[in-house]
Design a protein around this ligand. Sequence first.
Ligand SMILES: *Cc1c(COP(=O)(O)O)cnc(C)c1O
Length: 355
Amino acid sequence: MDLSTLQIPVEKTNESRISGVDFENLPFGKVYTDHMFITTHRDGRWQDARIVPYGPVSLEPAAKVFHYGQTVFEGMKAYKDTQGKAWLFRPEDNQKRLNISASRLVIPEVPKELFMEGLNTLLKTDLEWIPKQAGSSLYIRPFIFASGLGFHASPADEYTFIIACSPSGSYFSGKVSVRIEETYARAANGGVGFAKAGGNYAGQFYPTQLAVSEGFQQVVWTDDNTHEYIEEAGAMNIFVRIGDTLLTSPTSDRILDGITRKSILQLAQSEGIPTEVRKIKVTELLGAASDGTLREMFGSGTAAVVSPISSFGYRGKKYDLPELSDSYASHFKKRITDIQYNRSEDPFGWRYPVN
Ligand SMILES: *Cc1c(COP(=O)(O)O)cnc(C)c1O
């Protein structure tokens, strides 16, 4: 494939489903656009890159993704401004991270040009599907899986890379109550926690289900070794505000390097908000909760931008967080969405036009 002259053929559907979609009442991730991008890695190279109508993919039962979970994904969004122009937010960071995840699972990397050109061509084809409604956006799901065959536990000889999209409503999750987890772990030293690998999420469902049955919505993961330090909130990075200092755990091979997380850190630093990237002990949270300096906790990620935490449970006790009128959570949500929807200046060059 000569990437410098990459031309991605587009096979258009002759039955668009867009007129049946209620854009005023979009769920999250359940409605799919008319088209998808697809390419196959075979004989050492990505080939047959094309846009086709969204629809089922046919796989044999021996496809290795079913047996060994060799699959990685990304999550990103496209936004429309009031002029109808479409934008992405730091898409090259998603492209890089997809390859970081892929390499860890011995999945072939996707060249930047192929990723960006495939994404752009898909978004131009499905441009009408990017919602214009305030707060709504087009959720984009790039993913790679082992489509090669064999029951032998070894890397596959064929992979499929797809980008599919879902117009999604604003993610008003409300405030969530979380439980600090001490039995199960999301990730371990030397493991794949830093990668968006499918199995990481499958492994979270059971402990999360237990927390839900106890009246919480999410789990706060602690380190697998001592369970003394908080690491992530569900599938989001975690922030804590003690006094006016904003704290977040450092990334590691157990913690996913979130793009929202690093954007919040960069904004906070540019605004002179004191930030500390360091390990956060559960006992520090308990101490700050009891002396009244624990002001906020929130998760950060592409889907919700920020997800405020109303209370946390630890060893059978519940700790409530105060209601703040001037929370960091709402401040950063506004600053980031203003950049994403082209409502403000873009001092860091994060906005990326679709064209
Ligand atoms: C995707 C993800 C995040 C958030 O990353 P963003 O780039 O901000 O969307 C955080 N933690 C986990 C485990 C994730 O999978």
